[in-house]
Ligand binder design. Structure first.
Ligand code: PYL
Length: 278
């Protein structure tokens, strides 16, 4: 998964309501409703669970260090969907101590490799990659109306793409999967319902439902899209070409952090309630 840079998330806080409205127009649900679907919850169930949260977001200086605006953006996203959440003044271990002293129920932390939301009492965790795959997978399924029996083209077999594959299979869809690195596909070829494609174009030729989870640009071009196409695109940077976005942007579900973070919340709360299986 790509490491965000401040520019990727600079506008997220100001655009939360607009993005929520866009998602509602595309899928019939906002951030909370899509995340609920991703975790197998009703929106009402999730809303009630979220109201009981008390989350500490702890900035971590490990590895490449703090990403400017990251913790505050996570706080704004979780607060937007009704969570009680704050960013600790201290970082790292001192920040964890500060959060515990403040009586948090959950901790949100991200280093360069793992981003996790943890529930202290149950010791359950939710991983950003897995939750992002389910959140953007649920968004595509909702936008498509019904994916049972349909073919979904998945570009990218990293943690996000693989999580989405399992989500689509759980909904009765067939998956045509491509990754430029054959090693990523090794353990996927024996999964029932998954067909491996020899190229991105071959995968995209399978139908009009696309899931883009690569770190490459222009994996989906204007020639790949029509008025029927729906794309769910968690990949950073965005994998859809500029001219395709200019013509079909309203058919593309994308954001750099919002849906993944809210899906971490829904997956964690569903796990704690014993209502969720990955
Ligand atoms: C969780 C994001 C989603 C996409 N890429 C992932 C990423 O950028 N991970 C690195 C996060 C580092 C955060 C830094 C801080 O500011 O606390 N340690």
């Amino acid at each position: 998964m790509s490491r965000l840079v401040p520019e990727d998330i600079a506008h997220v806080r100001a655009m939360l309501k607009k993005h929520d409205d866009e998602l509602r127009a595309q899928t019939g649900r906002g951030l909370l409703g899509i995340a609920a679907e991703a975790a197998g919850l009703t929106e009402k169930q999730l809303k009630e669970m979220v109201a009981e949260t008390r989350i500490g977001v702890v900035p971590l200086t490990t590895g490449l260090g703090i990403i400017g605006g990251f913790s505050d953006t996570v706080q704004a996203i979780l607060s937007f969907v009704g969570a009680e959440v704050f960013v600790t003044a201290a970082t790292d271990v001192a920040g964890i101590n500060e959060a515990l002293a403040a009586g948090v129920k959950q901790l949100f932390m991200a280093d360069d490799l793992t981003c996790s939301l943890m529930d202290l009492q149950s010791r359950c965790t939710a991983d950003n990659g897995i939750a992002t795959g389910r959140g953007f997978g649920a968004a595509l399924a909702l936008a498509a109306g019904e994916i049972k029996g349909k073919k979904v083209a998945v570009l990218g077999a990293g943690p996000v793409g693989r999580s989405a594959v399992y989500y689509f299979l759980s909904k009765g869809a067939k998956v045509v999967l491509y990754d430029k690195n054959p090693a990523c596909l090794a353990h996927m070829q024996s999964v029932p319902g998954v067909t491996l494609a020899g190229s991105g174009s071959e995968a995209l030729a399978a139908g009009t439902l696309y899931f883009e989870a690569t770190t490459a640009r222009d994996t989906i071009t204007l020639a790949d899209m029509s008025s029927e196409t729906v794309v769910s695109a968690p990949g950073i940077p965005l994998g859809i070409s500029d001219d395709a976005m200019a013509k079909h942007g309203s058919q593309v579900i994308q954001d750099p952090l919002e849906l993944g973070v809210v899906s971490m919340l829904s997956c964690l709360l569903a796990k704690v309630a014993g209502k969720y299986q990955e």
